[in-house]
Design a protein around this ligand. Structure first.
Ligand code: FPP
Length: 250
């Protein structure tokens, strides 16, 4: 069966994946890497790379949705990213705020359910409120979940889960994987089937480290600002050929 998604705005070509629906990953996580190198190659400031990277998000969400993906988690800002220069941090915060303001109406129309994984406690109150508002306004949508990992760290997420469980007075013998799942930011979402990392790196970098236990990993040398729906289709095709055994024998 063939699925079609509009390609880049420039070409308006059609991208097909030619993958049967049961081989399409339900949940894809993307580590959007290479913005800085993309900018450096062009003699531009790093923020220009983040800005170009932000511009790609709409195309990739649309393509993922058209390909039949149900959840797309994008790693937008890690708990470690606070260590970057303050101009880069504030620039990233501004980009997220501008994008949410600009795209909320389109997300509502296109059936995108916006979610957030991470802590809002350290986020400037207006932006935190904007994120909460986006989540609330799109909560009835069901075409695709766009989960933004923002001020997110996988280890911090597990610590949070353990703290909540202990605070609830739950005894040791009642602690199960399912219970920990319920206390993660991603509670209610399926585990990622496929993790894509751009810019040629092969690391998880604290991204969905619990949830990705059995995810397939795909690395592409393409820098995130150059990543298109065709690259996403290629990753899905590669995933569809993998044999997943979940530790068992076929
Ligand atoms: C990694 O590239 C990228 C980031 C740390 C930030 C990614 C964020 C965006 C694309 C903006 C997100 C916006 C919204 C609306 C969710 P890098 O800077 O580490 O690249 P480098 O390794 O080449 O230096």
């Amino acid at each position: 069966m063939t699925y079609q998604a509009p390609s880049t705005k420039e070409t308006h070509s059609i991208v097909t994946i030619d993958v049967s629906p049961d081989r399409v990953p339900r949940h894809i996580g993307i580590i959007m890497d290479g913005n800085g190198r993309w900018a450096k190659q062009r003699g531009l400031p790093r923020l220009a790379g983040h800005s170009a990277g932000t511009e790609k998000i709409e195309e990739i969400v649309q393509a993922a949705s058209d390909f039949g993906v149900k959840v797309l988690t994008l790693y937008a800002f890690s708990t470690e990213n606070w260590g970057r220069p303050s101009t880069e941090v504030s620039g990233l915060m501004r980009l997220v705020a501008e994008t949410l303001n600009r795209e909320l109406e389109a997300m509502k129309q296109q059936g995108v359910k916006f979610q957030h994984s991470g802590s809002l406690a350290e986020i400037e109150p207006d932006l935190a409120q904007l994120i909460r508002h986006g989540v609330e306004e799109t909560k009835e949508n069901d075409k695709i979940v766009l989960n933004i990992a923002f001020n997110y760290g996988g280890r911090a997420e597990i610590v949070k889960a353990v703290q909540e469980i202990v605070a609830a007075g739950i005894s040791a013998e009642c602690i199960t994987e399912a219970l920990i799942d319920e206390h993660l930011y991603t509670a209610g979402l399926p585990d990622p089937d496929l993790i894509i990392r751009t810019a040629g790196e092969f690391r998880l970098s604290n991204f969905l480290i619990w949830q990705a236990a059995y995810a397939e990993f795909y690395s592409t040398p393409i820098f995130w600002p150059d990543f298109t729906s065709e690259h996403l289709a290629a990753a899905i095709r590669a995933y569809a050929k993998r044999e997943r055994k979940f530790g068992m024998i076929k």
